[in-house]
Write a protein that binds this ligand. Sequence first.
Ligand code: NAP
Length: 260
Amino acid sequence: MKEKVKYTVITGASSGIGYETANAFAKRGKNLVIVARSRENLEKLKMEILHDNPSLDVIVKSVDLSIIPNVHQLYQELKQYCIETLINNAGFGNYSSVANQNLEKVETMLRLDIEALVVLSSLFVHDYQNIEGSQLINISSCGGYIIVPNAITYCASKFFVSTFTEGLARELQACNAKLQAKVLAPAATKTNFGNVANNIEGYDYDKSFGAYHTSKQMADFLLKLYDSNEVVGLVNRETFEFELSSSLFDYAENSKHNQK
Ligand code: NAP
């Protein structure tokens, strides 16, 4: 592991929220490992970042994280770097009734949104839980706190992300770990998400939503969460305000019914 030089790892950095998050962390002088399938978009982002911040180190990792052996391989490759922050942002959604959902797409979504995130989170926590200043930020959705019609499976996957990350934060706090685990829950944000979730090109956010954020705004919210000591950064789906808070799910901390 290279000493001292620290990196922020961002999955799903080739577009949308991940892309702007990479720019935002670069502005803070953070070296980056940017991950997604599209090498072309990642190289473009790297050039943009180095143009404005030539002293930074930006590592490109082109990898399909819906293939779980690739996720383990990626983490092995990351072992040579000192990771300060891991941001599990890669993900996509799907709008459909459960009865009619395309199972091939849904299975891929569950592997990416859930399995890849759990593998990377677990390996990172194992290695960095006692390193001061380390952070894990997992990207959920406000659909990970409320069930949205016609997006049941996607919401369930994001409930997983929210409960997993909140539970992990509790586990880390209980053993006085140095690593902080946090969850960001965006509401509608204008990205490529709408195209992918609806299997179309040219998804119209203005027609489809009364309000939405831009990726830049979401990256700013992520930085607010990063700078805080709170666990949850949630966009209120009704007011579109960003709210920082402690864990929102109930936790059976002192229940007499817990396994002894
Ligand atoms: P986006 O513009 O479509 O970005 C998704 C990112 O994930 C891209 O960089 C994409 O890159 C990457 N990705 C997709 N499949 C991948 C795979 N198999 N392996 C590796 N990377 C993959 O959408 P976004 O809105 O920024 O989404 C970012 C996160 O925010 C997601 O977790 C999403 O669920 C969440 N979110 C979005 C919204 C919203 O309204 N936009 C709301 C709530 C939560 P490649 O295609 O190059 O692989």
